[in-house]
Write a protein that binds this ligand. Structure first.
Ligand code: HEM
Length: 257
């Protein structure tokens, strides 16, 4: 394979050597083994639109509700298994758990009556059902579900928070965006390092490590399904995108705001 930038041969060999050595640390197996799934997730139209600030408030609310169902299931199963030897080392409820932050966000968006206004879509149900199945039959695979969500939230969350705040004109106090704010984590980078080292210290045979990578790819797939559902719902919602650029929506300009 060649491209316009001819690569010196010695670099080529070094890279080949690197590729042939498959990692045995779980954190590296996960990073390497979910790279393609991550690329696919990043390139979903819903995700790309969001990153461009092209997001309707109604859709953002529904996305927050989807996260609420997913994290409720995940954290319920993590709690159930918090003493399990494969879960205890990655059990960080104060630092990571998002359910309560999501409840506050839903209260902000929907009011006190939020619970009666949200419901599970087909895609969210598949995701949630799988999390419960794993938590009850094969808890080691909760590592995959935690990794896929929490490490992602700690990686891209701050960017997404700023985009949403600007696009939806949410208050600078952070209301509606508690999900993105990890109050108990001061350095995302060092917490991710701690989390990776805890995953690497789990006593796991190679086959189980591979099953964890496979389940993580499955978790990415569930996320993509939910993004696709949201994208489809977005097409049916007749709501102006709140134009972050001019500060005036099309509706305001057309109808005098
Ligand atoms: C890591 C960007 C969407 C899950 C990362 C990192 C970046 C990134 C730059 C690396 C951070 C670092 O090396 O410290 C993005 C962007 C996204 C996106 C721009 C599009 C909005 C997602 C989604 C998921 C996800 C949808 C899963 C639901 C992860 C995970 C990691 C990660 C698990 C940790 C990888 C590792 O170090 O093992 N992301 N991401 N990301 N992201 Fe994303």
């Amino acid at each position: 394979e060649s491209n316009c930038m001819t690569t010196p041969r010695w670099i080529d060999e070094e890279e080949e050597e690197d590729e042939n050595l498959s990692p045995t640390d779980l954190s590296e197996m996960l990073a390497e083994g979910t790279k393609e799934a991550h690329d696919r997730a990043e390139n979903c139209p819903f995700v790309k639109d969001f990153l461009r600030g092209n997001i309707k408030k109604e859709l953002f609310k529904r996305g927050t509700a989807a996260l609420y169902f997913v994290y409720s299931a995940m954290e319920e199963e993590i709690e159930r298994n918090k003493d399990h030897p494969h879960i205890a080392p990655i059990y960080f409820p104060a630092e990571l758990h998002r359910r309560e932050a999501l409840v506050r966000d839903l209260e902000y968006f929907y009011g006190d009556n939020w619970e009666s206004q949200i419901s599970l879509s087909a895609g969210i149900k598949l995701y949630v059902d799988r999390i419960h199945e794993v938590g009850q039959k094969d808890p080691v695979l909760l590592v995959s579900h935690s990794y896929t969500r929490y490490m992602g939230d700690l990686s891209g969350g701050q960017v997404l928070k700023k985009v949403a705040q600007r696009a939806l004109k949410l208050p600078s106090t952070g209301e509606g965006l508690n999900f993105y704010q990890f109050e108990e984590i001061h350095s995302h980078k060092s917490f991710k390092q701690l989390y990776r080292s805890r995953m690497n210290e789990l006593e796991l045979d190679p086959e189980t490590k591979q099953r964890i990578v496979d389940e993580s790819n499955k978790a990415f797939g569930f996320n993509v399904t939910v993004f696709t559902e949201l994208e489809e719902i977005g097409k049916t919602i007749k709501e102006e995108v709140q134009d972050a650029g001019s500060g005036h929506s099309h509706a305001e300009i057309m109808h005098g705001g």
